[in-house]
Design a protein around this ligand. Structure first.
Ligand SMILES: Cc1cc2nc3c(=O)[nH]c(=O)nc-3n(C[C@H](O)[C@H](O)[C@H](O)COP(=O)(O)O)c2cc1C
Length: 208
């Protein structure tokens, strides 16, 4: 698979089954993450591998965090919170870890962590794995911060689910996007709409 095919065919896997990635596949994924663009080489990210029985412990931290945040949540809602850790054979937590810097603002460091997250997704897909970028609103809770040994200023950016995409559950085809809605030509005084070379205005990456 070449780079563009990888980029255009990556989809969020709706259901993931085992086995978890091999040690070699995981190592490629982690090296891809660490190859993210990183202004001034601050390494403003770290990654935590959650697998096997340990997923249940993370699930319990998520369940507790949800219950502490809202003591009135129904049991099935708490169950869904916990399941974020156990639905996939492996979860890779992406923690943005911005460094003190007078020159590289925090937002740039968060952007680097997001780039690392996308590299994880693409490296998993390139190796034939299924992957899904998931987030949680519980990243700032004491239970989750303790589980990931997070310090002040760190952000739980993503819980990336990795495994093998269940073949019977396919994502819906993407809706074609008119690129001229989001791309302009800079004209100095005014922006003009982008006009693609194929004339139909649709992004090839957003079809199929
Ligand atoms: C910051 C971020 C957070 C996301 N969180 C979730 C999530 O919690 N649950 C989920 O199902 N998908 C989540 N997604 C995945 C998007 O829903 C998904 O990328 C989108 O539906 C497009 O589908 P595709 O990945 O197949 O192109 C997240 C994506 C991003 C960039």
């Amino acid at each position: 698979m070449d780079a563009l095919e990888c980029l255009f065919t990556r989809r969020t896997a709706l259901a993931l089954v085992g086995p978890e990635p091999t040690a070699e596949q995981l190592d490629v994924i982690l090296r891809a993450a660490a190859a993210a663009p990183d202004h001034r080489h601050l390494h403003p990210w770290r990654f935590v591998i959650v697998r096997g029985e340990q997923r249940k412990r993370l699930g319990e931290a998520l369940r507790l965090a949800a219950a502490v945040r809202d003591p009135h949540l129904a049991p099935d809602v708490l169950e869904r919170a916990a399941a974020k850790a156990t639905r996939a054979p492996m979860v890779l937590a992406v923690i943005a870890s911005p460094r003190e810097s007078n020159t590289t603002p925090r937002w740039e460091q968060l952007a680097s962590a997001a780039a690392a997250t996308q590299n994880i997704c693409l490296a998993a897909h390139a190796q034939g794995l299924g992957v899904g970028w998931k987030s949680t609103h519980l990243g700032d809770s004491a239970e989750v911060q303790r589980a990931f040994a997070m310090s002040a200023g760190e952000e739980l950016l993503a819980l990336i689910e990795i495994g093998h995409a269940a073949p019977e559950i396919k994502p819906k085809p993407r809706t074609a996007l008119d690129l001229s809605a989001v791309v302009s030509e800079f004209g100095g005084d005014a922006l003009t709409p982008y006009s693609p070379p194929n004339g139909n205005g649709k992004s090839a990456g957003h079809t199929g």
